[in-house]
Design a protein around this ligand. Sequence first.
Ligand SMILES: *Cc1c(COP(=O)(O)O)cnc(C)c1O
Length: 365
Amino acid sequence: MAEVVEQEWGVDLISSWNKHGWFTMANRVGAKMAKLIGAKAHEVMVADSTSVNLFKVVSAALQLRPHRRIIVSERANFPTDLYMLEGLIRQLGSRHELRLMDHDDDISASITDAVAVVVLTHVSYRTGRMLDMAHCTQLAHQAGALVVWDLAHSAGAVPVELNEAGADFAVGCGYKYLNGGPGAPAFLFVAEALQDSCEQPLSGWFGHAQPFAFEHTYTPASGIQRFQCGTPPILSLVALEVGVDLMLEACQQELRQKSVGLCDTFVALVQQECSSWAFQQVSPNSASKRGSQVCLAHPEGYAIIQALIAQGVVGDFRAPDILRFGFAPLYISYVDVWRAVQQLKAVMRERLWDREEYRQQSAVT
Ligand SMILES: *Cc1c(COP(=O)(O)O)cnc(C)c1O
């Protein structure tokens, strides 16, 4: 980043767009990410935020199914996904309907031939439950629907094979397991076969066929390029590229093994060390059905997480009562897991969570 600021921007200024490859950087980083999610290099683009990308790809999917009126998603999906769908439906004149499945619902029963698109999150942010991507995609396709996968808690955390699963669209964050830094740009995936047959509504100049022709009317670029909107944040892209490069140095299969090992160890140690307290494991026990996180429920979850953070074990709290522990397999060690459980035990045994300072709710949990 220092080099980009001091040399590229500092010396070469706007000529860096050509000279230092800034103009194609969103594609270059996307192509690298493609390797982590089982996609082709020209099917992935870095742009905007996950929320905005979801809006773009669901709009595109709806265009491909103009006679169908239903969008299916999960009630327990990450709220921004549902909010964006609600907003899109309003924007399109409220002719579509959002059908929400509950956790135990039979997904095949929800996907009828009136369904245009199914929006699913691969690894649940609240429970860590991982869906079978190939199976769900197949069910949707059998009913003639398209699928949008949210990979926020999958990319860089678990192996993803979008092409093998036959996925249509996907979105995800750069700032979770991809280590792009806070607010890093997000990514989107559009299957090659669909790219030129749909458009997205945020028709900004970076998605134009010839942005520097400065034409008066919009002509979409071909391929994934049309899913860009405005000028990409180069400094953020540079930071994200470093995170993705580091991840690509590791063998993805070994990363998965390490992630499973860390999570299994955490589960076993919590059972062994913390059985005196009312923790309830909400993540699946079986590693094959779980992402790289373990979530526990406890009525004092918020205060416990605050007390743990004060001890240097940084987890998340997710309302109403979930403690979420994410295990980034590149750099979290088994010793870290042991220490985290010992701290959790100390917080409970010494009732550290019961202090006033840990009960004050901050804006971000
Ligand atoms: C974290 C997360 C997001 C975040 O969306 P932003 O637009 O990047 O803030 C979206 N969806 C899911 C499933 C998430 O876990």
